[in-house]
Structures are given as C-alpha cells and as structure tokens.
Design a protein around this ligand. Structure first.
Ligand code: SF4
Length: 326
C-alpha cells in the first residue's frame, strides 16, 4: 500500500470542503471495499477523508417515505422494524448480501459505491479497461462465469456486486447527494451506469459529491421475495439474484416490481416483464411468461451462458415465492 494522508473532518461541510480541494481524495466510511482495493493497488488515493463519524445514520419515516442516512450500517437497516415490516424486500436483500461481520461494518452509502468483484479488475497484472482505460478486457475472452448477460459492451462485461442496490432499484428509491454548493436527488435507476466506452466510470456521482441519504417511497407491495443464487449459501456474490415485489388484489397483480443482480453493470430493472404482469392474474403461468420476456436480449460470453436459463428460472421462482405459491 502506498502512503496516504488521513483526515477526519468535524462535520459534513468540512468533509465537502476537503474533497472539493483535492482531486485525488476519497471518502471512506466502513472501508469494506475501499481498503481491499488499496491493498491490492487497484486504487491509490493520496488522501482519505473519514466520514464515519458524521451524523448520517438515522432511519426515520417522513412524508416522502423512509429516509435512511448514508452512514446507517447494513446490519441496522436489515434489523430495523420499519424496514422489516414495510420494506421487507430491502431487509431480505441485506441479509442475503454479506456475512454478519461485513454487515456490521458496511454502510448504505458504501454499499451503493462498491465496485465490481471481477477478478481481472483486482489483478493488476491483467488487462482491465475499468482499472486502466485502454488496456483491454481480460474477462471478455477469459474466465467470465460471474459476468454480465445484459447491457455489457466490448469494453467491459463486469457486474455490479450489490444485493441491497437491486432491492432499492425495485423499490424506486432516490439517492440524496450533496456538495459544497447544495444538494440534488438521483433516481436509483439512474445512479449506476452501463459500461459503454467508459467502464472506468461506475456511476453518475460527480467529483466533490457525497451520498447523504436514500429515500424509499411508501408502497403497497405486501408480497416480496429476494432470491439469491450463489455458489455458497454462507457468503458469496450472486450468480443471479431477483428482487420481486407484488401488490395483489382480487388475485390480480395490481403493482409489480422486478429487478435483477449479478447480470449487468448496474442493478437491472425488468420493466417489460413488469408491464406484462400488471393487471394479470398472479399465476405461475403468467410468472413464467414474464420470465421469458425478461431474458429477451440476454447474451452470454462463454462461461456464463448458463446464467440465461438460470435467470429465467430464478425470476419465476422469486415471483412464485413472493405470491406464496412456491
Ligand atoms: Fe475489467 Fe470490466 Fe473486463 Fe472485468 S469485465 S476485466 S472489470 S473491463
């Protein structure tokens, strides 16, 4: 690890002023991803601004929905009674997301900002356009079992690793960010980006901005299931995951939210499948048809071809479980 400066600002304004002054500085909170990246030489910020003590941990209900401070721990969110009862999809995703030890360190903001777990990205002896633009993509013709089947480009086929973000995408969350000039809101689905020609850029956060909170609007999605398919049940990133939430009235799907993880550079919303299901009876047959619609356009890169069939089966199973039919 190369030497770096470490500061702990007294408040949010001081933190925003510090990052505005220094192009190479980075915020750190739980550090569960950033410290690994620094140890492996993938990133080397010259200054770390520790925001861990800022008062951004509150979880509270407001007129606009549920506000979760960016520094709330993943474990506190997963165990929160309001989250468990009204936003169960989020709680399920957080429990699926990591070990208890990691949940106790990782923050909501850090979870959103975590970077891909593509092994070529972490191996500085291998080409990787995300780590070193223009160097090539080791995974494209390499070992790509964990990689994307949607929205990839010739430059990068990596996937976003978060489970929490898949649930927040399905729940239509909004991300609140601040810089030293003010604040803005970013719809969750517009925060992470597809790789295109610039896989080095993971998201739409601007330099000098800090995630301060997420807001989840109220909903009537009383039936939900976060299904994660992975190599080890104890702790592993998703091969594919599905966030499914339903509002069912008179046996029909009044509202439906579907998103996937482990399949794209960003949490992947299944809008065509949602449109198909809205207003239709909540039956296994319709869930199977929705899954077929959802996987249209999926593309494998060799080792990960199996994900296409797996994704279809996982969508059907998640919907069945959410509707109490599994
Ligand atoms: Fe790098 Fe993306 Fe290719 Fe992985 S998939 S090696 S992160 S460019």
């Amino acid at each position: 690890m190369i030497p770096f400066e470490y500061i702990r600002p007294s408040g949010q304004k001081a933190a925003l002023d510090a990052i505005a002054k220094d192009a190479s500085a980075q915020f750190i909170a739980g550090g569960t991803n950033l410290v690994d990246l620094m140890k492996k030489g993938v990133v080397s910020p010259q200054k770390l601004i520790d925001i861990g003590k800022l008062p951004l941990k509150e979880i509270k209900e407001a007129n606009t929905g549920l506000h979760i401070g960016a520094l709330a721990l993943n474990s506190d969110v997963a165990e929160n009674e309001i989250v468990k009862t009204k936003y169960s999809l989020l709680s399920q995703a957080l429990y699926a997301g990591a070990s208890a030890q990691l949940r106790n360190m990782a923050t909501v903001g850090g979870n959103i900002m975590q970077r891909t777990r593509c092994t070529y990205f972490y191996d500085t002896t291998m080409p990787c356009n995300k780590r070193k633009p223009g160097s090539g993509c080791g995974a494209l013709k390499g070992y790509n079992r964990m990689h994307a089947i949607f929205g990839a480009s010739e430059n990068c086929i990596a996937v976003h690793p978060s489970d929490m973000c898949v649930a927040l995408t399905a729940l239509n969350a909004t991300i609140l960010v601040s810089n030293n000039k003010g604040e803005r809101k970013i719809p969750f689905g517009e925060f992470h980006r597809l790789p295109g020609d610039h896989p080095e850029t993971d998201n739409t956060l601007q330099k000098g901005e800090l995630i301060t909170a997420i807001i989840i609007p109220e909903n009537n999605l009383q039936h939900s299931c976060y299904l994660k398919i992975r190599d080890r049940a104890s702790y592993a990133f998703a091969l594919v995951s599905v966030a499914a939430a339903l509002e069912i009235a008179d046996g029909k799907t009044k509202d439906v939210r579907l998103a996937m993880g482990g399949v794209a550079h960003k949490p992947w919303r299944l809008t065509d499948a949602e449109k198909f299901l809205k207003g239709k009876p909540a039956t296994e047959n319709n869930f199977q048809q929705a899954a077929q619609i959802a996987i249209k356009g999926a593309k494998g890169y060799g080792n990960n071809n199996f994900k296409i069939k797996l994704a279809s089966a996982a969508i059907t199973e998640a919907l069945n479980k959410a509707a109490g039919k599994a």
